[in-house]
Design a binder for this molecule. Structure first.
Ligand code: SF4
Ligand code: SF4
Ligand code: SF4
Length: 491
């Protein structure tokens, strides 16, 4: 298609995407009055969805079936509280001096007109238990014009991208030059080559991690009041997925405190290299413990997939109970220590870490990679010091050979090969997003599917208005095994 036709098609489809929701919004309807009784109980509302037409009048009664609950409606000035048998409404006032203040009055109903169309969440404002932050419901005022706009413009955007980019790869992407960050920033290369680099980067995280374990064990038992939960499962989790992996791939694994004590123990060193001239089991190091190799049959990420599925099955409990987070960290710490006494390399990270599994797959999309600068140099270099170790650096802890590495999945970005390469032939390269395209094996494919399922399942469970799904996931409080098993089966 010519450029002119392409632009015309995109403009025409944009007009359609705008006109259709507008036309739906202009369909006339008669206004009505709705008498609605909303019952609240841990951790949902009944009904959890209220659907009315724009201009309708709502006469609302709010009550609780167990503890005190709140009802705050986004987009409308409606704030209620219900105790057993009584309902209160909050009023915003100003005193004589002009200061804002609040007052509560006892009411039997509140009446308001649904004058704004769209979807509005109502949520509990009284801390009522572990899942309090997820206690929500929805008021849908039809026609839901913002939603219709969102859908039609999304369809238009995808359609336009197909039309625009489906023609040819723009030459500027095809010619993208990989740039070595260590050449652009020579001071970074000096820092990365320091033997103490990894230790210094891990140490602050290790201290924070230790404090979080203390906070999880002895801090507030309410999830959204405990710093460990707020930091780990809200802030860190978001930053990891939205910023760290897209920009730096597995760079988190460089600074992760979880496997560090095990690595220090097995090396019997915090930073220095313990080199042995005669190779032992093909490596120039002797580690503590049995120094076995991980069984060949399970050198894949199936175990990580299974552990990740187990983790997300108990995700609701994990992110709302600080004690569960502490236990998870301590179990991982114990597992890494135990495994380091049996196996060489970072077998926990490579084959067991539930987070590591998805970090590997997701890092294929990142804009950073560690690679050999010139593969021919690697072919001619007989010693392969990056792989088997040398006096300047440990053998790759992730058991990767950088000389033929062409994907990010199993490189923990530990920067050890930058130190151990005597030819100065390893770089950290910038590249276009999503440069690794090939998934190798059903284990990786399944991992990608799990990541999609998690996004959908957690959105429905935590952000959706369906209290019965929250009840099913919240098995340690509800003690209802059958709904929990159905929830697991659904995931
Ligand atoms: S794989 Fe897991 S435990 Fe290992 S470094 Fe990465 S996040 Fe930490
Ligand atoms: S030590 Fe350097 S040159 Fe040798 S194989 Fe490894 S990356 Fe290539
Ligand atoms: S390839 Fe290099 S950066 Fe990647 S894990 Fe191995 S030693 Fe570390």
């Amino acid at each position: 298609m010519s450029r002119k036709k392409t632009i015309l098609l995109i403009l025409f489809s944009f007009e359609l995407a705008v006109i259709i929701p507008l036309a739906i919004a202009l369909i006339p309807h008669e206004t009505r009055r709705h008498y609605i009784s909303v019952n609240a109980r841990k951790y949902g509302y009944s009904p959890s969805r209220i659907i009315v037409d724009k201009g309708d009048t709502i006469v609302l009664n709010f009550s609780t079936l167990d503890v005190t609950h709140g009802f705050s409606l986004d987009g409308y000035p409606i704030k209620l509280m219900a105790r057993k048998g009584v309902m209160f409404q909050k009023h915003a006032l100003q005193d004589d001096a002009g200061h804002d203040m609040n007052d509560w009055s006892r009411v039997s109903t509140v009446k308001f007109v649904a004058y704004k169309s769209g979807k509005f969440t109502f949520r509990c404002t009284e801390i009522c238990g572990n899942l309090h932050p997820f206690m929500t419901g929805e008021l849908i005022v039809k026609p839901n014009t913002p939603y219709h706009f969102f859908i039609s413009l999304s369809v238009w955007l995808v359609f336009s991208m197909f039309v625009l980019f489906g023609r040819d790869v723009p030459p500027r992407f095809a010619d993208f030059k990989h740039r070595n960050v260590l050449d652009i920033l020579p001071w970074l290369k000096t820092i990365v080559k320091l033997r103490s680099f990894q230790f210094l980067i891990i140490l602050p995280n290790f201290i924070v991690f230790y404090l979080f374990i203390l906070s999880s064990l002895w801090g507030s038992p309410v999830g959204n009041r405990n710093i460990a939960i707020v930091f780990v499962w809200i802030l860190w989790w978001f930053v990891l997925k939205a910023v760290i992996v897209p920009l730096g791939g597995r760079i988190w694994c460089l600074m992760c405190p979880l496997p560090a004590p095990a690595e220090w123990l097995s090396r019997r060193s915090l930073a220095a290299v313990r080199y042995v001239r005669e190779p032992f089991k093909k490596l120039h190091h002797r580690f503590s413990g049995l120094q076995r190799d991980w069984p060949v049959k399970i050198r894949n990420i199936w175990l990580q997939n299974i552990l990740f599925l187990i983790l997300i099955s108990f995700g609701m409990i994990l992110i709302t109970r600080p004690i569960a987070t502490a236990l998870l960290f301590l179990v991982i710490l114990g597992a890494t220590l135990l495994l380091s006494l049996i196996y060489r390399h970072r077998v926990f990270c490579l084959y067991l870490c539930p987070v590591g599994g998805f970090l590997g797959t997701y890092s294929m999309a990142s804009m950073t990679e560690v690679r050999a600068i010139d593969r021919d140099v690697c072919k001619k270099h007989k010693d392969k010091s990056c792989f088997i170790g040398c006096p300047e650096g440990w053998a790759c802890p992730w058991n990767q050979y950088v000389g033929n590495m062409n994907r990010n999945n199993y490189c923990g970005l530990c920067t050890e090969c930058i130190k151990s390469c005597p030819k100065d032939n390893v770089g950290i390269f910038l590249r276009p997003f999503g440069s690794d395209k090939i998934l190798k094996g059903y284990d990786e494919m399944f991992n990608a599917i799990i990541m999609l399922v998690v996004a959908i399942a957690f959105s429905i469970t935590m952000l959706g208005p369906w209290g019965f799904i929250k009840d099913a996931a919240n098995v340690t409080e509800t003690k209802q095994i059958i709904p929990f098993l159905i929830y697991l089966a659904a995931i």
